[in-house]
Design a protein around this ligand. Structure first.
Ligand SMILES: Cc1ncc(C[n+]2csc(CCOP(=O)(O)OP(=O)(O)O)c2C)c(N)n1
Ligand SMILES: [Mg+2]
Length: 318
């Protein structure tokens, strides 16, 4: 499958947005300006951006606690997203939700979820609505390897399978839950093997290869509309600790260094240069724009007010 130059350049920019956004968040967190916790997507950019780039705006996604990459991949207002992280009134949740509550229904993003495995049954519900109302779209559900050991994963895959729902399950296998490795938490090598238990196809892909992720989701879209769900396992790695309170003692420096060599952004850059899709000058211009756009989002967020005290109970209870 050939991907257009425009799509590849868009993917490159979005992956840079994710990386630069997360670097800012890490900095603001260290300054005490981001409250609660936050889970960075650095190192996994190709999975979210590759998958979302293969979708259309009308298609839906569900996200996770590590959701910044999914937001940016599906298209987001970077200003409102940064403002939310900094607790400002102009943010997606008026500054009261933070990292794990960003959603944008106008762009088909049903939202992040602090409950591990919580997004999976939501995706099944969205796919069931899609099928019952005969809407021409697919639903894509992101979740981690840890979530694949939750009951909600098994129940959801079973129901989606028996109902033949137009649902693409994308397991981001970054080899760890919070600190427990997949080697300790499951006896199989590939989570995609679990697809067989529900009578659906399972596929393992390199989650750091944006082009492979894009092509796989493109094919999956056609498949799930006709035949029902598919489970894609994207092998990837998070560069930073699980959350901002993680001292990273359960992984070796060598392992982290090995995965940093497989940087998904560098990988896409190399692909675009080697195939002659873009010149180095063109990619440098995109890099510059991406940095500027994140700087603008930071400026917007920093210049925005905090919510006023008299709104403290607004939008908190339904
Ligand atoms: C139901 C539930 N159990 C436990 C937690 C605490 N917790 C937050 S993230 C996490 C690990 C999730 O691992 P994985 O699904 O692999 O996602 P990753 O963090 O690796 O992206 C855990 C156990 C939670 N938030 N929700
Ligand atoms: Mg994980």
């Amino acid at each position: 499958m050939t991907i257009s130059k425009a799509t590849l350049e868009e993917m490159y920019k979005k992956m840079l947005h994710v990386r630069k956004f997360e670097e800012k968040v890490a900095y603001f967190f260290s300054m005490g300006m981001v409250h609660g916790t936050t889970h960075l997507y650095v190192g996994e950019e190709a999975t979210a951006v590759g998958a979302c780039s293969a979708l259309e705006e009308k298609d839906l996604i569900t996200s996770t606690h590590r959701g910044h990459g999914h937001c940016i991949g599906k298209g987001i207002d970077l200003n409102k997203m940064m403002a939310e992280l900094l607790g400002k009134e102009t943010g997606y949740c008026k500054g009261k939700g933070g990292s794990m509550h960003i959603a944008d229904l106008s762009r088909g993003n049903l939202g992040a979820n602090g409950v591990v495995g919580g997004g999976i049954p939501i995706a099944v519900g969205a796919a069931l609505t899609t099928k019952m109302k005969k809407i021409d779209r697919v639903v894509l559900c992101f979740f981690g390897d840890g979530a694949a050991n939750e009951g909600s994963f098994h129940e959801s895959l079973n129901l989606a399978a028996v109902w033949n729902l137009p649902l693409i399950f994308v397991c981001e296998n970054n080899l760890y839950g919070m600190s427990v490795s997949t080697a300790q938490s499951m006896k199989i090598q590939n989570i995609a093997d679990r697809a067989a238990a529900y009578g659906i196809p399972g596929k393992v892909i390199d989650g750091n290869d944006a082009v492979a992720v894009y092509n796989t989701v493109m094919e999956a879209k056609e498949y799930v509309k006709e035949h029902g769900p598919i489970l894609i396992e994207a092998k990837t790695y998070r560069w930073s600790g699980h959350s901002k309170s993680d001292a990273n003692v359960y992984r070796s420096k060598e392992e982290i260094a090995e995965w940093r060599k497989k940087c998904p952004i560098e990988g896409l850059k190399k692909y675009m240069l080697e195939t002659g899709v873009s010149t180095i000058e063109e990619l440098k211009r995109i890099e510059k724009e991406a940095v500027q756009e994140i700087e603008q989002a930071v400026e917007f967020a920093q210049n925005s007010p905090y919510p006023s005290l008299d709104t403290i109970m607004d939008d908190v209870y339904a």
